[in-house]
Design a protein around this ligand. Structure first.
Ligand SMILES: Nc1ncnc2c1ncn2[C@@H]1O[C@H](COP(=O)(O)OP(=O)(O)O)[C@@H](O)[C@H]1O
Ligand SMILES: [Mg+2]
Length: 294
């Protein structure tokens, strides 16, 4: 009697586990097909985009030829017409340059999607994490400044005096830092637009290490704070969802934070923390157990 009840219990338990696994599998399948889908779309879009960019380059050359012919025959055209022709040619050139510039931006977004959906794992290699973080913080800042030279952010960095090389995946870690600082630059710029009195855009980067039980492993913590717009509860709740963005079309993909979480937690076995208050600012922290390189 007792045997049969425990058997039914066991069967019920197993059935529960099967149901749970099925649900998990379904989720993974969804994610995998989403990855395939986006990779497929990215590929399809890449080709026509290449056409757009290449033909606009060709058109710039044709325009140069056209101008040469006009210049050779300048004596046959009236002064006014010659001026008009020059203006039109210059406008056309500027337009073509815009087409190329924005086409290239679209290409780089697509490369990002392809990279992510391929999910290729990088290698752990001895890395000067201090240098890496510093470099990418400034890369992000300069990229932002490239489109607006008049905008300044006070960037404050605080690193440990000496830090041994640590085993991390540098291409991933740099991407994660870039994503966070890109978002930080964007949000302080947004806030600056509100013209609040005495607002000074600022980003703080702080790195610390602490010992663990294992002398070969240190706990690396990287805190990145901004005094931007902060996030309300709703945004905080959706932050890590793929394709969630509050930015206008062309400014955001909504993929950054998901990538950061995967890099910190899955790839590096760490923890990603976030603290944010609307209209105060946001702090992201990477906490990563890292092997000291020998
Ligand atoms: N430092 C930040 N301050 C305020 N909002 C942020 C910050 N970082 C991320 N967010 C919010 O999270 C959203 C998703 O970020 P992300 O995944 O990087 O995508 P994207 O930057 O392409 O919008 C952003 O659109 C923004 O609303
Ligand atoms: Mg982003």
């Amino acid at each position: 009697m007792e045997d049969s009840t425990s058997l039914t219990q066991q069967i019920a338990l197993l059935q529960e586990q099967v149901a749970m696994l099925q649900e998990k599998l379904q989720k993974q399948e969804k994610m995998a097909s989403l990855g395939l889908l986006s990779a497929g779309i990215a590929h399809e879009v890449q080709n026509p985009l290449n056409f757009v960019i290449n033909f606009s380059k060709l058109s710039v050359n044709l325009l140069d030829d056209l101008q040469d012919i006009i210049n050779e025959n300048i004596d046959k055209i009236s002064h006014d017409d010659a001026d008009d022709l020059e203006d039109i040619a210059n406008d056309l050139k500027e337009n073509l340059q815009k087409i190329q510039e924005h086409g290239n931006r679209a290409i780089s977004v697509i490369h990002g999607i392809l990279l992510q959906s391929r999910g290729k794992q990088g290698e752990f290699i001895p890395t000067d994490v201090k240098q890496l973080v510093h470099e990418y913080v400034w890369l992000s800042y300069h990229a932002m400044r490239a489109s607006d030279k008049s905008f300044n952010i006070a960037i404050h960095e605080d690193y440990p005096e000496s830090l041994p090389r640590l085993m991390v995946i540098p291409q991933d870690l740099s991407r994660a830092v870039l994503n966070i600082i890109n978002n930080a630059c964007y949000t302080v710029k947004e806030r600056a637009r509100l013209n609040e009195k005495d607002y000074a855009p600022a980003i703080d980067v702080r790195m610390t290490t602490s010992e663990t039980d294992d002398p070969k492993i240190v706990l690396l913590q990287i805190d990145m704070s901004d005094n931007g717009m902060g996030m309300d509860e709703e945004t905080q709740g959706k932050l890590f969802e793929d394709f969630f963005t509050t930015k206008p079309i062309g400014k955001g993909t909504g993929l950054g934070m998901g990538i950061v979480k995967t890099i910190v937690e899955q790839h590096h076995g760490g923890k990603l923390l976030m603290k944010s208050e609307a209209h105060e600012g946001t702090t992201f922290s990477f906490i990563i157990p890292a092997k000291i390189a020998r």
